[in-house]
Every structure is written in structure tokens, then in C-alpha cells.
Design a protein around this ligand. Structure first.
Ligand SMILES: [Fe+2]
Length: 187
């Protein structure tokens, strides 16, 4: 294994660090924003509420993920880390599917990393194949992540966040993105 492929626990780019309070704050922020964007899009009130729940729980699979990597922290290849990270929507779905959550909530979580152009994961779904709840979460998740401090970088300014999102607009449902822009400009 070449040194170029190894990462150490103090590597600032490390992606498997798990900070529970940061994850909870992220969940709350995504939940609030997703509720507002779903309302702006005219979704039924019941679905807006369900999407708020999905927003809170969307990354819960990361809790399982830490179990997969325990003891391997000093030795993962970058590609292996990415493979594990990419399991978190499915792990979250599997964890919640027998706990009484609706299909709308479960599918919003399972597909929250699908991209509108089909380049996302876990299923490479594209366009309207991606459930609307997941399309909304995708936009809200990216915005919230870029707007927050990370261990290796400070939060980006609002203007920079918008520029970065427009660069990646192929990932988003344009109707959702426009509704999101309206919500953010009104806050
Ligand atoms: Fe996620």
C-alpha cells in the first residue's frame, strides 16, 4: 500500500470522523429547510411534516457505518472509505424500515444521495425516478453542509455556497432548486 493512499486520524480530509452533536445539528437544519422547501413546492402538509422527519433521520446510517470501520481506522484505502460512506443511505433505510415509518420517509432517506442526472448513489436513479422527498433532501443537505463549519474548513459564505451549488446544478431538480432559492432568499 503506497503512502499516498493511506490516511491518518489527524488528516484534515478524513471523511469518516463521526461527531454526534454535529450530526444532530445537521439533521435539524436539513429538517427545517426541507419542510420549508416542501411547503414552497405546495406539497401536502402531511408530506411536509414527514419530510421534516426524514430530514432529521437522513444520515442515521452513519451511526452503523462507524461499526464497520472500528479497528480499521489506520489502514483504509481512500476508495474503501468511499465505498463504506456510500453505504449509509441503505444502512439507514434498513435500520428504519421495520419501525413504522412511511414509504415516503424511507424512500426519501434511501435516495437522498441520488443526483438528478443519474450520477448519484446507491441506485443511479435519475430525474423523476428519484422520489420528490429525496430530491428535496438532496438540495437541503448540500446547502446545509456547505453552510456549516467542518473539522477541516470553515463554513462558506452564503454567496459562495450559491455559486458552488450552481456549479453542481446538474445534481438537482430545477423546480426544487428554484423553490429552495425562494425560501433561502426570504430568510
Ligand atoms: Fe447523507
Amino acid at each position: 500500500m503506497g503512502a499516498a493512499y493511506t490516511r491518518t486520524s489527524n488528516n484534515p480530509e478524513r471523511i469518516l470522523e463521526f461527531d454526534l452533536s454535529a450530526e444532530l445539528n445537521h439533521g435539524k437544519a436539513v429538517s427545517n429547510l426541507a419542510y420549508a422547501v416542501a411547503s414552497e413546492l405546495g406539497l401536502d402538509h402531511h408530506l411536509c411534516y414527514e419530510l421534516a422527519i426524514a430530514g432529521m433521520l437522513h444520515d442515521i446510517g452513519k451511526l452503523k457505518l462507524t461499526g464497520y470501520i472500528n479497528g480499521q481506522e489506520n489502514d483504509p484505502l481512500v476508495i474503501e472509505e468511499l465505498k463504506f460512506v456510500r453505504m449509509h443511505p441503505t444502512l439507514g433505510y434498513e435500520e428504519l424500515k421495520d419501525q413504522g415509518y412511511s414509504d415516503f420517509i424511507l424512500e426519501s432517506i434511501l435516495y437522498h444521495h441520488e443526483n438528478y442526472d443519474g450520477s448519484g448513489y446507491p441506485s443511479n436513479k435519475a430525474g423523476e425516478e428519484i422520489p420528490i422527498g429525496a430530491r428535496i433532501l438532496r438540495v437541503c443537505d448540500v446547502f446545509t453542509a456547505l453552510s456549516s463549519d467542518r473539522p477541516y474548513r470553515k463554513a462558506f459564505e452564503r454567496e459562495t455556497v450559491m455559486e458552488l451549488m450552481i456549479d453542481e446544478v446538474k445534481n438537482f431538480d430545477m423546480n426544487v432548486f428554484i423553490a429552495f432559492q425562494k425560501v433561502v432568499h426570504n430568510t
